[in-house]
Write a new protein. Structure first.
Length: 222
């Protein structure tokens, strides 16, 4: 049962950032397993149970990241990550175009939201075409998004902005991919069960966005 992270969680994450080498990690592996990996898995399992029970039609599956970097992609960095993340995404890992709910913990704080990182150019073209033909449905979601103020729109944009159907939709229209996220410094909620409730409310709010973007990938509908 998830009861929260602790100070040792943060201590380990800072430690691996400044001591990113195998001897240090092996000496502190027990701390990683107990204070970082275990609570992240417990949090992920609770979030999965909640989301799968409430939204079974989304066919979500839980993924918890590994702390080990891919040896082929170190690029001068150490062999370990200084963060850990979990995601809830479609159960078929072979489908590249999919949105996902996420949570990440790192030395400075935590972040959560919904990412459409793997959006294909074809999916984003369908997104823009849909906004141009009928902007009202997504415009309603955007107004709710702006009024809530919890999340921020992120995502790489095209160098040449594409003409949007309205100023409201302009920030969304020229994205190559879309992330709706919140970055936060550590607060008391992370050290208790409260963060799980915060994530559930956030994912509930983002669920209509998830459905909207998932529908842009018709080849991946079960």
């Amino acid at each position: 049962m998830f009861t929260g992270y602790c100070n040792q969680t943060i201590d380990f994450l800072w430690g691996i950032r400044f001591n990113n080498e195998r001897p240090w990690f092996e000496a502190h592996k027990g701390e990683y397993l107990q204070y970082v990996l275990q609570p992240t898995r417990e949090l992920g399992e609770e979030l999965y149970d909640y989301m799968a029970g409430k939204y079974p039609e989304l066919w979500l599956n839980l993924h918890v990241s590994r702390i080990y970097r891919d040896a082929r992609r170190l690029f001068g960095r150490g062999p370990y990550k200084d963060h850990l993340w979990l995601s809830l995404r479609h159960e078929n890992d072979q489908w590249p175009c999919r949105p996902e709910f996420y949570f990440e913990i790192n030395p400075e704080g935590y972040s959560y939201g919904m990412g459409f990182w793997n959006a294909t150019p074809q999916a984003m073209e369908r997104f823009r075409r849909g906004l141009a033909e009928d902007p009202a449905p997504f415009g309603k979601l955007v107004r709710r998004f702006n009024a809530r103020g919890e999340f921020t729109l992120h995502g790489e944009t095209y160098k040449r902005p594409k003409p949007a159907p309205s100023p409201l939709l302009e920030p969304w229209f020229s994205r190559k991919h879309i992330v709706l996220g919140r970055d936060a410094s550590y607060d008391g909620s992370v050290f208790s069960h409260q963060i799980a409730d915060t994530l559930k409310r956030g994912y509930d709010f983002l669920a209509p966005f998830y459905r909207y973007f998932a529908a842009l990938c018709p080849e991946e509908t079960p």
